[in-house]
Design a protein around this ligand. Structure first.
Ligand code: MG
Length: 267
């Protein structure tokens, strides 16, 4: 009787071990497939591939007043001055402030925050010039560079075609936005960006790539996208180890793009 019972327990234990093993393998497979998906998406298309399909257009509705900052946010621009910002050499920026917004002064260079940030939730509002001028990449171009390295493209993508991975809301050179949620030039638009900084080990080896989720005018356009590395033009360079916190940068791409109401929550 006792022997029989022992055998029964042994059998049950074996079955349980097999089930747990199977579940473990399934979980590993899911993780592998997910990782492969991102690598596949990127590998399927050359950088700035003109054949990459353009996402569908979605009307986001009329512009909204500035979104109030939550109580725990770091205010990076409150409509008054650019004291939290500098040019890339650390000197005061020459971008101009007026009527609650600031504007790129072409040729004066990129600007960056005086403080560094890592993983964060960023809210930023922007407007491309009206009347619109130029076409493709030469129309209302700027950019929001998380850690000064990872760009969410700012562009006038309202009835203005360019390569998919370079339009407004693209993670430049890597991922087109899921939809084109651009408002008309001159109208205020917003990005809400959830950014997870990449992680490196002590030897500078990449442990975890950067990830981004982006809402454009309240509409999901990037969902937990895994970045291939820092932003470049016509290239996808690999990661290079860097500090945990680096300044947020805005791009001078020779167009008088405007920005207002910038705040950030550190994660
Ligand atoms: Mg740009």
């Amino acid at each position: 009787m006792i022997v029989e019972r022992k055998n029964k327990y042994r059998k049950q234990a074996k079955i349980m071990t097999s089930i747990l093993g199977l579940l473990f393998i399934c979980a590993l497979t899911v993780i592998a497939i997910q990782q492969e998906n991102y690598q596949e998406i990127v590998a399927r298309w050359a950088v700035h591939d003109p054949n990459r399909p353009l996402p569908p257009v979605v009307n986001p509705g009329p512009p909204l007043p500035p979104v109030p900052a939550p109580s725990d946010a770091v205010i990076l621009f409150d409509g008054k001055d650019l004291s939290k910002w500098a040019d890339e050499k650390g000197a005061p920026t020459r971008w101009k402030v007026e009527n609650g917004y600031f504007e790129v002064v072409p040729g004066t260079g990129n600007i960056q925050t005086r403080t560094g940030f890592g993983s964060c939730q960023l809210h930023i509002e922007w407007a491309t010039p009206y009347p619109p001028k130029g076409s493709g990449q030469d129309r209302g171009n700027s950019g929001v560079f998380l850690m000064g390295l990872y760009e969410v493209q700012v562009l006038d993508s309202y009835e203005n075609k360019t390569y998919a991975d370079g339009m407004a809301g693209a993670i430049y050179g890597q991922y087109p936005p899921l939809v084109n949620a651009c408002r008309r030039p001159g109208e205020w638009q917003s990005y809400d960006i959830i950014f997870h900084a990449p992680k490196f080990d002590a030897d500078g080896k990449l442990l975890k790539p950067a990830r981004m989720t982006v809402l454009h005018n309240g509409i999901l356009i990037q969902e937990n996208a895994e970045l291939t590395g820092p932003t470049a033009h016509k290239a996808r360079p690999p990661y290079k180890a860097h500090a945990d916190k680096l300044p947020l940068m805005l791009q001078d791409h020779s167009h008088p793009v405007r920005f207002r109401n910038i705040w950030l929550r550190e994660l």
